[in-house]
Design a binder for this molecule. Structure first.
Ligand code: CA
Length: 255
């Protein structure tokens, strides 16, 4: 399905580094957002290595078929693109491992990632950590991803409200990340997009400040997709957002 996209990123008011990275490849139908951790330069390196690694794998496997040799076992219950995304995350994770092994300063670095890969009639979504995907369909916003984070586990257990999670001192603790560790678990889902759907990929810098209602309100506006991303970041900064904020919006067009 043809798509158009927009994106924007911002350092945040009280940060000199930008630990977020994004990749927009309309030609491949690939969109990625990543949020690095590990302090100072390491977080920036981690998210950069991840988006580049994911992009390189997807680009190199445009004609990949199930009977070829995959870097991770091919799961026949899932589409080729879903398998490509999982393998792309694992390959990027391997690149992170190599970087961590080569440099003392990069030890402990890690990154979240959320990625969407679009083909003619479907879209595959992969995520690790607490960067999110949202879907706006006919004016209704739905969260597509469940954060791999400590606060999300507490919300699921009924021990914490969404509002309290937003202020909790452990709100940045993720329970999964690309860190170079061998046991990476990538969460995958398949979407059946409809014309007019808008998907937002974003880092926690945005939703730690803006409620889902606010995000849905912006996504539903009649504006260019780059403008929607800029508005999300402006509103995040107006709300006192101290963190990096990154947004990619993809709109599905009629054939
Ligand atoms: Ca962040």
């Amino acid at each position: 399905m043809p798509v158009s996209s927009g994106s924007a990123t911002d350092k945040g008011l009280r940060r000199s580094a930008n630990e977020d990275n994004l990749l927009v490849r309309d030609d491949l139908g690939l969109f990625v957002v990543a949020d690095g951790m590990g302090g100072h330069a390491a977080g920036e390196v981690a998210s950069q290595v991840a988006v580049e690694g994911i992009g390189a794998f997807v680009e190199a496997t445009v004609t990949m078929s199930p009977d070829q040799t995959w870097p991770v076992p091919f799961d026949i219950r899932e589409s080729v693109n879903a398998n490509r995304l999982r393998a792309a995350f694992c390959t990027a994770n391997g690149r992170l491992a190599a970087q961590v092994a080569s440099s003392r300063e990069l030890r402990g670095m890690a990154t979240t990632a959320v990625a969407m890969l679009v083909d003619e009639d479907a879209a595959s979504l992969a995520h690790v950590g607490d960067s999110r995907a949202y879907l706006l369909r006919r004016g209704q916003l739905a969260r597509l991803t469940r954060d791999h984070s400590w606060v999300e586990e507490q919300i699921q257990a009924g021990a914490l409200s969404e509002a309290a999670a937003r202020r909790h001192p452990w709100r940045n603790v993720v329970t999964r990340a690309l860190s170079g560790a061998a046991d990476l678990e990538v969460e995958i889902q398949e979407l059946r997009p409809e014309p007019g759907d808008r998907v937002l990929l974003c880092t926690d810098g945005i939703f730690s400040v803006l409620t889902d209602d606010r995000i849905g309100g912006v996504l539903g506006r009649d504006a260019g997709l780059d403008d929607l991303c800029s508005i999300l970041i402006e509103e995040t900064n107006d709300g006192g957002g101290p963190d990096n904020a990154t947004a990619v919006v993809i709109e599905f067009d009629a054939r």
